[in-house]
Design a binder for this molecule. Structure first.
Ligand SMILES: Nc1ncnc2c1ncn2[C@@H]1O[C@H](COP(=O)(O)OP(=O)(O)OP(=O)(O)O)[C@@H](O)[C@H]1O
Ligand SMILES: Nc1nc2c(c(=O)[nH]1)N=C(CO)CN2
Length: 231
């Protein structure tokens, strides 16, 4: 997705959560500085074009659905879904994270040649500053939710999981398969619940743009507030 398409939705997110845009931009630029000497990873190298890509979230259903991830051509996993899939015997092709839960996993992945999409936003600069210098920059894909720059990309999306879906879409995935997504999880804290509601709206927008029907949204569409007139 190009930024022109993403920006109106991004502006709605900023308004909904009260995030200052300037903070996201400063975070983006700090991430760029920290990687200034690295030749970062081009996700085209993942070869997602035409593939069935599993997009793993960290909901309670993940272990139950691990086989569906294993059977996909590629797996992009959000944050702690990486560790849980590994424990279930499923290796991931890339991790998508804002470094707030399992930064050590991200470091190990980059060290062993698995790309990690590292997202900088207005509320994670200390984590970015602490962990990015410990990563192998050759396997980091730097991302922002603000305007992209020469070195920091914006493929669209907000939470770790939906950003994985937008990245898979951007790099040509033929089919997205969602595992570990539980929108009605009663155990998530209120702010996280609000983020999950936005993730759901974003996936609804994405499926409509792709002309696809994501099974994870079956039975839910009537209750989703659309983000675009075309939804
Ligand atoms: N029930 C759920 N609980 C948590 N995450 C879920 C759930 N369902 C789907 N997800 C997706 O899994 C992703 C990873 O969740 P996790 O709790 O490991 O990370 P997080 O760092 O808190 O995520 P984020 O920073 O994006 O809020 C979320 O970003 C979300 O997109
Ligand atoms: N500014 C800002 N941006 C975000 C935040 C956040 O807490 N602050 N959280 C996200 C996913 O958890 C994604 N983007």
């Amino acid at each position: 997705m190009d930024f022109q398409t993403w920006e109106p939705v991004y502006e709605r997110l900023l308004a909904a959560f009260g995030y200052p845009r300037g903070d996201d931009e400063r975070a983006r630029d700090r991430l760029a500085e920290l990687l200034a000497n690295a030749s970062t990873y081009d996700p085209a190298g993942l070869g997602l074009d035409g593939q069935t890509v599993a997009v793993a979230g960290a909901g309670p259903s993940l272990e139950r659905e691990a086989d569906r991830a294993a059977a996909a051509d590629a797996v992009l996993a959000a944050s702690t879904a990486v560790d849980r899939l590994r424990d279930a015997g499923v290796a991931v092709d890339a991790m998508v994270t804002d470094l707030d839960k399992n930064p050590g996993t991200g470091r190990e992945l980059t060290e062993s040649g698995t790309p990690v999409f590292v997202h900088a936003h207005g509320d994670n600069v200390p984590a970015v500053e602490r962990h990015v210098p410990t990563y192998d920059g050759a396997f980091v894909v730097p991302t922002t939710q603000a305007a992209p720059t020469a070195s920091v990309h914006d493929f669209g999306g907000f939470t770790d999981g939906d950003r994985a879906a937008f990245a898979a879409d951007h790099f040509g995935a033929a089919e997205l398969r969602f595992v570990g997504w539980d929108f009605d999880d009663p155990d998530v804290a209120p702010e996280k619940g609000e983020k999950l509601r936005w993730a759901e709206r974003l996936l609804y927008w994405l499926e409509s743009r792709r002309g696809e029907r994501f099974g994870v949204l079956d039975g839910r569409r009537d209750d989703i507030a659309p983000l675009a007139a075309t939804d």
